[in-house]
Design a protein around this ligand. Structure first.
Ligand code: ADP
Ligand code: MG
Length: 345
């Protein structure tokens, strides 16, 4: 395929190319790309804003992450934070720093993923910034969302006796990453060998093309349940449970046998001789929601097949514990991705 050097377009030419197809979807977007700043309008609603910064070599490896997927994921991880506030995302801004190793076609590939996520989640791309980098790619997305004041759910609202729940299943994204890294090592040694991905489409998708829980707010509305606290699971269950307990000044018991794991997560963990529970507790990037509901919601919540009750809230002094299948009590420890330890965040 033809590779057009970015120098042929210049900064403004590139911005024009990347933003020419944008069609505004939300009435709250008055002005998007094109002026010195975007203009938004949210009568009577509270605004939530969240941002993430992704760096090549730290957060993603372009050896095995396609640019389109990277663009999609960079948007989705931000939307997940908005959903974790029980708000609805409406706009994003995207800022990129690119080195000369990227062609116009490569940056357009990245943006095709960004635009796809905007379509799927109904958000408007309203601006950003474009600059150069000496080495790799840096991408920063900011998401803006809205909610009624009484709909917002914070990390700090969990009460003793509440049920601790998660959406979906956990550990899949981490196992997908292990698979990609394994095949990348094989490729480095023998570039002619085809990667062995068969039977692992689900965990690969969890890693490369995660989705945010856009359905959750509506589901809770239909059940007439308001979560007392919520956080999205980006750094592994352990780390998020500890954040939630700390913010709410409570403890909790989480039951090992309740933690939802997909079949492929278990199978690949077995292949690598690791405990899939470790992937769920310490892996990260699942972008599911961890939340608490009052005990009285038990019957309603239990019926939801995509939601699992994994434990309950206890007084702060009891700490945040994992109760193993054998009945041992193990204090949960945060081993989330830490950029200062050269891992992800
Ligand atoms: P300024 O000089 O005010 O920073 P720019 O020339 O950087 O303006 O940007 C012009 C317009 O294009 C602005 O609306 C800005 O938000 C938007 N924009 C710039 N870079 C990007 C990008 N990478 N993605 C989306 N919109 C962008
Ligand atoms: Mg600018």
């Amino acid at each position: 395929m033809k590779q057009t050097p970015l120098s042929e377009l210049g900064e403004f030419g590139l911005i024009a190319r990347l933003t020419e197809k944008i069609q505004i979807k939300n009435t709250s977007t008055i002005i998007g790309v094109g002026d010195d700043a975007a203009v938004l309008n949210f009568p009577d609603h509270k605004i939530v804003i969240t941002t993430d910064l992704l760096t090549e070599g730290i957060h993603f490896n372009l050896m095995y992450v396609p640019l389109k997927h990277l663009g999609y994921k960079a948007v989705v991880v931000n939307l997940s934070d908005v959903y974790a506030m029980n708000a609805i995302p409406r706009q994003i801004t995207v800022s990129i720093a690119i080195s000369s190793k990227f062609s116009l076609e490569a940056v357009e590939e990245l943006y095709s993923g960004i635009h796809l996520a905007c379509e799927k989640y109904g958000v408007d791309l309203i601006g950003g910034d474009t600059t150069s980098s000496l080495t790799g790619l840096i991408i920063s997305v900011t998401a803006i969302g809205e909610a009624n004041e009484d709909e917002l759910v914070y990390r700090s609202g969990a009460k003793v006796g509440d049920l601790v729940c998660v959406s979906g299943d956990l550990g899949g994204a981490y196992m997908g990453l292990q698979l990609l890294e394994r095949e990348n090592e094989v490729f480095k040694v023998n570039p002619n060998q085809q990667p062995q991905f068969e039977g692992y489409d689900y965990i690969l998708e969890r890693q490369l093309k995660p989705e945010a829980r856009a359905d959750f707010k509506e589901l809770m509305k239909t059940l007439n349940i308001k979560p007392t606290s919520m956080i999205d699971i980006s750094d592994g269950l352990s780390s998020e449970v500890l954040h939630l307990c700390k913010a709410s000044k409570v403890g909790c018991n989480i039951y090992e046998e309740k933690i939802p794991l997909d079949q492929q997560t278990k199978e690949f963990a077995e292949e690598l001789s690791i405990n899939p529970l470790v992937a769920a507790l310490n892996g990260g990037e699942d972008y599911e929601l961890l939340f608490t509901v009052p005990l009285g919601s038990y019957d309603l919540i239990k019926k939801e097949f995509d939601i699992t009750i994994i434990g309950h809230i206890t007084p702060e002094g009891e700490g945040a514990n994992l109760i193993t299948t054998g009945g041992s009590v193990i204090p949960l420890q945060a081993q989330g991705w830490n950029p200062l330890m050269n891992k992800k965040d």
